[in-house]
Design a protein around this ligand. Structure first.
Ligand code: G1P
Length: 294
């Protein structure tokens, strides 16, 4: 099976949990240390071998696509002033990587956003990266290694891969939660997850359950590698939790016919879509960069 080269980044949401910061600045462009949050997510995708990135955007968030474009006027001015290195640092996107933008129209949920990318992705298999979640980029290549592992696992057995990490009881209601298959339901299987990625078959997912109904503490982190067949299931998915077309429901439908596995995450994830965790993430990123003299 060919390696996955396409990735979808849904960036159409209003970011209500990040108001007032996100009122006129897209939440994906809010800084984590000295770069916008989405910068790290795009770097992660590229480091894992992605060549075509599809942003599912919104009319009021065109600043995101501009961030990845060359600003010719700024580039000219910097070079005219002899600031070549600074100009070069702004044009960091590799030449063999393309970024396309497609609009979601009415925002009907994460599943709907991913389906909006279908006209560009077509019959290619693809990754999805939720830019609210930033994987720690300061621990070697670990952040990209997670996605690279998932892409390899998918190439090996054709099972779509969903990245999961163990969360605290009080956070279970914020996430899609995995129900492992019988043979992997022993929690001891998960104890080594910080040491190495591992892939387990999964029986299903429950979107944002109450703690009492949660089948495990394994939460969907926001990194997925999908067979293109997911589009067919998304097209037939109706609104559920929160009145939205949930990606989780389409994944559940994909499991029986095409196989889905969870990949346990290495390293740490940071939620940049929630004010409190965003502020903690900012401090961590800034401290790391200051320590590195950036
Ligand atoms: C989405 C997904 C959820 C996942 C989460 C990760 O929820 O629906 O399954 O656990 O992202 O951040 P959202 O946070 O967009 O409501």
């Amino acid at each position: 099976m060919r390696k996955v080269k396409y990735a979808v980044l849904p960036v159409a949401g209003f970011g209500t949990r990040m108001l007032p910061l996100s009122k006129s600045v897209p939440k994906e462009l809010l800084p984590l240390g000295n770069r916008p949050a989405i910068h790290y997510v795009v770097e992660e995708a590229i480091a894992a071998g992605i060549k075509h990135i599809v942003l599912v955007g919104h009319a009021q968030k065109s600043a995101i696509e501009n961030y990845f474009d060359i600003n010719a006027e700024l580039d000219n001015q910097l070079r005219h002033k002899g600031k070549e290195a600074l100009a070069d640092s702004l044009n960091w996107l590799p030449e063999d990587v393309s970024i396309s933008v497609i609009r979601q129209g009415t925002a009907l949920g994460l599943g709907h956003a991913v389906l909006a990318a279908r006209p560009i992705i077509g019959a290619h298999d693809f990754a999805v990266l939720l830019p609210d979640v930033v994987l720690d980029p300061f621990s070697g290549d670990m952040s990209a290694d997670n996605l690279a592992f998932m892409i390899d696992a998918f190439a090996t057995d054709g099972h779509s891969q969903i990245l999961v990490e163990t969360v605290a009881d009080e956070d279970v209601h914020k996430y899609g939660i995995a129900q492992l298959s019988e043979d992997h339901s022993a929690t001891s299987d998960m104890e080594d997850q910080a040491e190495a990625n591992a892939s387990f078959s999964v029986a299903g997912f429950v979107e944002k359950p109450n703690l009492a109904d949660a089948p495990s503490r394994l939460a969907v982190v926001g990194r997925y590698v999908f067979s293109h067949h997911i589009f067919d299931y998304l097209a037939n998915t109706t609104a559920s939790v929160g009145g939205e077309i949930q990606l989780t429901d389409a994944i559940d439908a994909l499991i029986s016919e095409h196989g889905v596995s969870v990949t346990t995450m290495r390293g740490d994830s940071y939620d940049a879509g929630d004010m409190r965790s965003y502020m903690q993430a900012f401090i961590y990123f800034a401290e790391q960069q200051l320590a590195q003299g950036q």
